[in-house]
Design a protein around this ligand. Structure first.
Ligand SMILES: Nc1ncnc2c1ncn2[C@@H]1O[C@H](COP(=O)(O)OP(=O)(O)OP(=O)(O)O)[C@@H](O)[C@H]1O
Ligand code: SF4
Ligand SMILES: [Mg+2]
Length: 363
């Protein structure tokens, strides 16, 4: 594992809600690593647990939580171990900020946008009004909002400008990680592209990392360095974006990509038959089995997250796979630091690209 991947490490994260019919296993054993100035896009269908993942990392939990467990390490410090007050003072907004799903619709209609953007700095953090305003101007510039919009109300802004304003609000304390939950849904494609380009620039210029939650596969390709595909509460593939968009490995990821319409392609987009399973008592074995065209008897058992190495373009190396976190010592795949469940996304061999895939086909 490279030092860059140590910025944020999530290990075996679980978030279950209590519901009248049983436990909703919204996030079930999710692990990943995120490096500095990197963007990880989390893709998945509605209801697969994407927003719950953000909630679990930031401990923004509703009252009916039954289980919230696992480890979340920020710069190698376990932030799950902090008490609520420490977490609020030292982590939330300060080191990890959130642009919540549909946040642009939650801007306060009776406060000027500038007052709302400066609030994370002035509220309980002792930043003077002048310093906060100067920082607000900086972040407005970063996200591409004219400075006079600081003095406007939310209803005077277009949807795209409101979305930029909530992104600006997340940036004001210069967090190391920003979680963006569907930042471009409900916006037209041109505005989506502009916002994605702004994020790409901010990531590089400000040394910030993004966890970009979206079901928009095409928009995510603009900014993602790594892609994680989530299905029924679990990650089923984690791949470098260059690999993922060229050659997704998990059958669900393949079908997901095939469902995206392409302008210059004769082929019609495919749809994925069936529905995801209920997260209350999900099936044992592979959760995608009921919809998978490659299903085989072994799929009745839950596949482990397999580490798959494939030749990078232009290299002759062959494929190899081992269960992630249980790699036998001395094998080609073994690397220090993989046993905690958030393995590296790159190998030391530049000829090989590493993906994590939860599917027996790759065993
Ligand atoms: N407070 C709650 N109590 C019970 N179930 C919940 C609660 N919040 C979410 N869920 C359920 O947890 C599952 C995951 O929800 P979540 O909002 O994380 O999905 P999502 O992937 O973000 O969906 P979308 O793309 O539609 O935003 C869903 O089945 C949802 O109904
Ligand atoms: S484990 Fe089996 S059912 Fe699941 S995705 Fe792989 S082949 Fe399909
Ligand atoms: Mg959501």
């Amino acid at each position: 594992m490279t030092p860059a991947e140590n910025l944020l490490r999530v290990e075996d994260l679980k978030l279950y809600y209590r519901a009248s019919r049983g436990l909703v296993q919204a996030v079930d054993g999710v692990s990943f690593g995120l490096g500095r100035a990197e963007a990880l896009a989390v893709l998945g269908e509605s209801g697969c647990g994407k927003s719950s993942l953000a909630r679990a990392i930031l401990r923004l939990l509703p009252r009916n939580v039954a289980t919230c467990s696992g480890r979340v390490l920020l710069e190698n410090a376990d932030i799950m171990a902090l008490d609520e007050e420490q977490f609020r003072q030292e982590v939330r907004w300060v080191k990890i900020a959130l642009v919540a799903q549909a946040a642009m619709n939650a801007l306060n209609p009776v406060l000027k946008v500038g007052d709302q953007v400066t609030e994370p700095m002035t509220f309980g953090r002792g930043v003077t009004k002048e310093a906060a305003l100067a920082r607000a101007q900086e972040v407005f510039h970063l996200v591409g909002i004219p400075l006079d919009f600081l003095h406007r109300y939310a209803f005077e802004l277009s949807g795209g400008m409101r979305q930029r304003a909530v992104i600006a609000m997340a940036l004001v304390l210069h967090p190391a990680v920003v979680i963006l939950d569907e930042p471009t849904s409900a916006l037209d494609v041109l505005t989506q592209a502009n916002i994605m380009n702004a994020l790409k620039r901010i990531k590089a210029e400000q040394d910030m990392s993004f966890l970009l939650i979206t079901h928009d596969i095409a928009a995510a390709s603009e900014v993602a360095d790594t892609v994680a595909v989530m299905y029924a509460g679990q990650f089923v593939e984690v791949s470098a974006a260059t690999r993922f968009y060229r050659k997704p490995l998990h059958p669900y990821a393949q079908l997901l990509l095939a469902s995206v319409p392409r302008l210059r392609d004769e082929e019609r987009p495919e749809f994925i038959p069936g529905q995801p399973p209920s997260l209350i008592g999900p099936p044992t074995g592979c959760r995608f089995a009921a919809r998978c065209p490659f299903r085989m008897p072994q799929c009745d058992e839950e596949p482990p997250m397999l580490k798959v190495e494939l030749a990078a373009p232009g290299s002759e190396s062959r494929q190899a796979a081992t269960p992630s976190g249980s790699t036998p010592p001395g094998t080609r795949n073994s690397e220090p630091g993989t046993s905690l469940g958030a393995p590296p996304l790159r190998t030391r061999n530049p000829e090989l690209e590493t993906s994590l895939v939860k599917c027996w086909l790759h065993a």
